[in-house]
Structure formats: C-alpha cells, structure tokens
Design a protein around this ligand. Structure first.
Ligand code: UDP
Length: 330
C-alpha cells in the first residue's frame, strides 16, 4: 500500500510514517518544515520505501501528483501549539484552511480516502466533560487569538465531512487530545516537553495559571495505532472520532510528577496566563475525551498510562541532552 502523510516530518507524522514503513508500506511525505524537522525523519530518510518532499501542501502540482499515487492520505500538516497560534494567527488560519482545501480538492478526483487530524481544541470552552463527538462547540471571541486555531480546524472538519456528503470522497476526522511522546518539541508551548526540559536542567518548572486546569495525555504510539485503524475502517467514513485518554491530571500534579520521575531539584513556580500568552487569554479548565465511539469501532484502549508517557519523554530528552543537541528552547 502507498500512503501520503502531509506534515510527515512533524512529531506525530514522523511516528505514523515509521509505523507504516514497519508494515511494509510505501510512504510519501510532504512537509515544509515550518514546525516539523529533518531530525524527526533522520532515521528513516534513507530507506528505499520512504520518499520525502520538502514543500508545502499548497503546491498544487506536487500534492495532486502524490494524492494520485497513494491509496490513503493522512492530512496532518497544520499550524499547532498554543504559543505559535497566539503569536501568529494569520499563519495559523491560512495554513490550516488552505492546506485542507488543496488536499481534499485533489483527493476528490479519484475519491481517495483522506484521514484529517483535528484537535480537541474544537470543543472550545465547553465545560461539560467528557467531550463527546456530538457535543456543541463553544468558541470564544474572535479577537482572542487562541480561538483561531479551534475555528480553523472546525472549518477543516466541516470541509472533510462536506466532501464525503456532497462528493462521496471517503473522509474520516480524528480529534486528537494532548498527544505526547519522544520527538515532540516544547518550542511551540507544549507542556510536557517544556516541564521535562526544565526538570532535567533543575530550572523552575513554570505552571501557567494556578495549575488546577486538567488535561488527559495520550502517547503518540497509541494515537498512531488508532489513526491507522480509523483510516482503514470502512465504517469510519464520514465520521468524527475522539482519540485520547481518560486519565485526567492537573497541570500542577503533572509538574510534581515530572519533577519526581526526573529526580529533579526544580522548584515549581506559577506564571499568570497573560504573561505566558496574551492579555485576556482563556484556558480550558478541564479537557477529557469520551472515547466510547472509537472504542466501539476499533476496540481502542490506550496502552500507555501517564507514568509510561512521562518516563518515555524523560528518557528521550535525557538522551538528547547527553548528545548535546537540545537547544535552550526545546
Ligand atoms: N502549560 C503550563 N506551562 C507550560 C506550558 C503549558 O502550565 O510551560 C499549561 C497550559 O496553560 C495548559 C496546559 O499546560 O493549561 C497544556 O498546555 P499545552 O500547550 O501543552 O496544550 P493545550 O491543552 O493547552 O492545547
């Protein structure tokens, strides 16, 4: 089988590429390295069944050619990371919407199967947990940069579903909840790589807000396994699925756990949201997925618990530190 992964040099994309290669598939990736990196694909880039194109998905010619060649298209290319989004809303909106338009447009010609990765951000400010795929999405005001990400990904979802309904292009939407694991960079604000770096350097661990906000973290290997099953499952077409874990942890507990597991002497400090992001920044207090829909379809159940996830990130970051390739920001 031939698969195309847009954003294939990103954190999740590179793990997905690796898994398909292990299965003996031919893997094609397009990545403009805006948030991905060559380092993520260093270990696979020499393989004969791996083909990479350093370009943007809005290059119609290239995307058309690769979509035509492949059996399944995973569309992961997107602007991600709350920090990046708040700082660069134009880039966020344009990257997310244009890229999806181009991919779906070309997939429509031969009705290629497309899996679009979306995000738990689309649930917005809803306070009802756990989040179910049928729930209303509660967006914030348009002058608050954060919501541009949620809205642009919601438009992507609408588009993917519309292509199925109107043009019979078999699309599936996967809403990813805080995915973590080796190779994730802290550069765009993600909490676990940041806390791990701070802990390993014995620097203060910066908890934003009061640390009572909660998240549920999923290991990238669990996510990749679920993405592949969804992409291949005939009944997933036209549907939206949460992919996440139900193990909820507060950000303060997370900081303490990372400090303990890393054997760190870091102190834990609190930083107001307006200093971490922007004035008026709104965070989600709780973000918990209802995973009954995906469990019912493919028997999904995360294999990695929070400690497994943290240990794998700490081990990875320790190795990186020892090899001296970690920049101050990562
Ligand atoms: N966070 C934090 N310190 C950091 C980075 C993030 O306290 O250095 C908080 C952030 O405000 C949020 C949570 O950790 O409440 C998860 O943040 P992340 O950006 O990883 O993902 P989000 O769930 O916000 O998309």
């Amino acid at each position: 089988m031939k698969v195309l992964i847009t954003g294939g040099a990103g954190f999740i994309g590179s793990h997905l590429a690796e898994e398909h290669l292990k299965r003996g598939d031919e893997v094609y990736i397009i990545d403009d390295l805006s948030t991905g990196s060559m380092e993520n694909i260093e270990h696979i880039k020499g393989l004969p069944s791996f083909h990479y194109y350093l370009d943007t998905v809005t290059n119609h010619h290239l995307t058309a050619e690769l979509v035509d060649l492949c059996d399944i298209i995973y569309h992961l290319a997107a602007a991600v990371g709350v920090k990046l989004i708040v700082e660069s809303p134009v880039r966020t909106i344009e990257t997310n919407i244009r890229g999806t338009e181009v991919v779906l447009h070309h997939a429509a010609k031969k009705r290629k199967r497309v899996l679009l990765t979306s995000t738990s951000e689309v649930y917005g400010k809803t306070e009802k947990v756990p989040f179910n795929e049928e729930d209303d999405l509660v967006m914030g005001a348009t002058h608050k940069g954060r919501w541009s990400y949620a809205c642009s990904k919601a438009i992507d979802e609408f588009l993917a579903i519309a292509y199925w309904k109107e043009k019979r292009v078999p699309t599936v939407v996967a809403r990813l909840f805080n995915t973590v694991g080796p190779r994730q960079t802290g550069q765009y604000g993600m909490v676990i790589p940041n806390f791990v770096r701070q802990a390993l350097n014995n620097e203060p661990i910066t908890v934003y807000g009061d640390g009572t906000q909660t998240r549920c973290f999923t290991h990238v290997n669990d996510v990749v396994g679920a993405l592949i099953k969804l992409a291949e499952h005939p009944q997933a077409v036209g549907e939206v699925y949460n992919i996440g874990s139900a193990q909820e942890v507060s950000i303060l507990q997370l900081a303490e756990r990372i400090r303990d597991l890393a054997g760190s002497k870091s102190e834990i400090t609190f930083l107001p949201y307006e200093m971490a992001y922007e004035e008026g920044f709104e965070d989600m207090l709780r973000r918990v997925p209802d995973i009954s829909k995906i469990s019912g379809l493919i028997g999904y159940r995360p294999k990695y618990n929070l400690d497994d996830i943290l240990t794998s990130v700490i081990e990875y970051s320790t190795r990186k530190f020892q090899s001296g390739v970690v920049s101050n920001k990562e």
